[in-house]
Design a protein around this ligand. Structure first.
Ligand code: G1P
Ligand code: ZN
Length: 543
């Protein structure tokens, strides 16, 4: 095998964000842009010789072009076996599962998650380590530093691999294996969930609709729900992955999964509705005329762990990202286990799971998962909910309302202001920081501020520190307003405001969320001057 060394000039903008490096497809198409970043990853790893690399992506535009280049570069950089998913289709949780199962050195997942796809859309690259989880910050920073000085990359001179044919292709001692990206994941789900109970559920008059949003989970969901569990044909819609996701924005929330939401709130809707994002790690849960807030979903899953075979012996602890509502804390208190609070991004859960501190983790951004892999897992959450339904024989809304009666309700909403000028966004955050010293004890109607600070995190396992992970305004009654700038966008800046209010009184638990939070929404604007500074009268997305 002939290995070429190609000289190249470094780029200065290859810093990974909350979840890998995300840029416009056009940027990745620039000469050597992809190659430089991949070489920077490989240069930042040590001991890869002869080891296995897992490779696949969410099927978006540029997936296959990138895969062919990465196979050749991985072989040139010393990997001994490249496990590439058939047709390049591998969801993020399935990649995590495969890395762990085959004890791979690591994996590269090609995805920009829920960002739009297609030639005019986004592309992304994530590197996952041997535990199956996202690279920790120490590694992503090392990759970034390397990318700024790189002067060449290595690539093997071999033909493209036919990704449609399962099997092994050998180049001397080196192997490229095209494997089925669905099987291992489905097998893992079978060890966790009571498939026989679910078959009975689907054999009854229970009706479900799953919207794969033309993204990666389609083949997984079709296989699990329709082929394995006997759900009616047509239960899984939009299930063929498309390079541009059919022009849709594959983000399972009230705005971008509107078709599913409209259907679930219509006459004759199904009992259960669900959707996942571009790379399959997110989920949205809906009941008949009912939306489950992701923070509540985490709490409900934790409270009902006994319903699921893989967890029935107990859960070690819970972790939630800081902006996620405190509903999970109530469950942890009840169960007598710890609830950890981490910065936004799944990578912060890895150490806690590896250290056996937590079993179930979640983020308000439609992410839930457990230590079965080291990524959030959309289909896992959906199967968990289905098991709870099968076990309790209650509807989605009954499950959630009963949960509120027992634990209280954490009214919760996130308001996103997308594509604002980066200088304006930074100035807005600094303006809030300038008020830190004067906010303590300040009253806003019935709310009094107890703490105003930047969330800084020290990892309890390895002691690593991460600072400025969101501004917290915490009130004496436990209500919170959090301000954060997104780390995944590719256009301008996105300001996220997270608003939370706890309600223990049952008679006050059935208000509209935005109405219940209206005082706090107003306070968020008073403190942040959002309308004045951004010129935007309302958020772009409300979840
Ligand atoms: C967003 C979510 C975060 C999630 C990440 C990757 O990041 O808020 O919870 O882990 O996407 O899916 P953000 O854009 O807020 O940095
Ligand atoms: Zn995702």
């Amino acid at each position: 095998m002939f290995i070429k060394t190609v000289s190249s000039n470094p780029f200065q903008d290859q810093r990974p964000g909350t979840s890998g490096l995300r840029k416009r497809v056009k940027v990745f198409q620039e000469k050597n842009y992809l190659e430089n970043y991949i070489q920077a990853i490989f240069d930042s790893l040590s001991g890869v010789t002869g080891k296995t690399l897992v490779l696949g992506g969410d099927g978006r535009y540029f997936n296959e072009i990138a895969i062919q280049k990465i196979i050749k570069m991985a072989l040139a950089n010393g990997f001994g076996r490249i496990m590439v998913a058939k047709d390049g289709i591998l969801s993020t949780p399935a990649a995590s599962c495969v890395i762990r199962k085959y004890k791979a050195f690591g994996g590269i997942i090609l995805s920009a998650s829920h960002n739009p796809g297609g030639e005019e859309g986004d592309f992304g690259i994530k590197y996952n380590i041997s535990n199956g989880g996202p690279a920790p910050e120490s590694l992503t920073e090392a990759i970034y530093l390397r990318s700024k000085t790189i002067s060449s990359y290595k690539i093997a001179d071999i033909p493209d691999i036919d990704l449609s044919v399962l099997g092994e292709i050998r180049f001397g001692d080196l192997v490229v294996e095209v494997f089925d990206g669905i099987n291992d994941y489905v097998d893992l789900m079978k060890t966790l969930f009571n498939f026989s109970d679910l078959r009975k559920l689907f054999a009854s008059d229970f009706k479900m609709r799953y919207d794969a949003m033309n993204a990666v989970t389609g083949p997984y969901a079709h296989r699990i729900f329709e082929e394995e569990l006997g759900a009616k044909e047509g239960t899984v819609i939009n299930w063929k992955p498309l390079p541009d996701f059919g022009g849709k924005h594959p983000d399972p929330n009230l705005t971008y999964a509107k078709d599913l939401v409209d259907y679930m709130f219509s006459e004759g809707a199904a009992d259960f509705g669900a959707a996942s994002d571009g790379d399959g790690d997110r989920n949205m849960i809906l009941g008949n005329h009912f939306y489950v807030n992701p923070s509540d979903s985490l709490a409900v899953i934790c409270a009902n762990y006994k319903a699921v075979k893989g967890y029935s012996s107990g859960i070690l602890g819970i972790a939630r990202s800081m902006p996620t509502s405190q509903a999970a804390n109530k469950v942890a208190d009840f169960l007598g286990i710890d609830c950890y609070e981490t910065p936004t991004g799944w990578k912060f859960f890895g150490n806690l799971m590896d250290g056996n501190k937590v079993t179930i983790c979640g983020e308000e951004s439609f992410g839930t998962g457990s230590n079965h892999v080291r990524e959030k897992d959309g289909l896992w959450a959906i199967l968990f909910w289905l098991n709870i339904i099968a076990n309790t024989k209650k509807s989605v809304s009954e499950i959630v309302k009963d949960h509120w009666i027992k634990f209280g309700r954490n009214y919760y909403s996130r308001h996103d202001y997308e594509n604002i000028d980066t200088d304006v966004a930074n100035a807005l955050m600094d303006h809030i920081r300038e008020q830190f010293s004067s906010l303590g004890g300040k009253e806003f109607g019935e709310y009094m501020v107890s703490t105003a600070d930047d969330f800084n995190y020290i990892d309890s396992i390895d002691g690593s520190e991460t600072s400025k992970q969101g501004i917290r305004i915490i009130f004496t009654n436990g209500s919170r307003i959090i301000y954060r700038l997104s780390g995944t966008g590719t256009k301008g800046s996105t300001l996220r405001i997270y608003i939370e209010k706890y309600e223990s009184e049952i008679s006050k638990q059935s208000q509209d969320t935005q109405v219940a939070l209206s005082d706090l929404i107003k306070i968020a604007d008073d403190i942040g001057e959002i309308i004045k500074r951004t010129g935007m009268k309302q958020p772009t997305v409300i979840t």
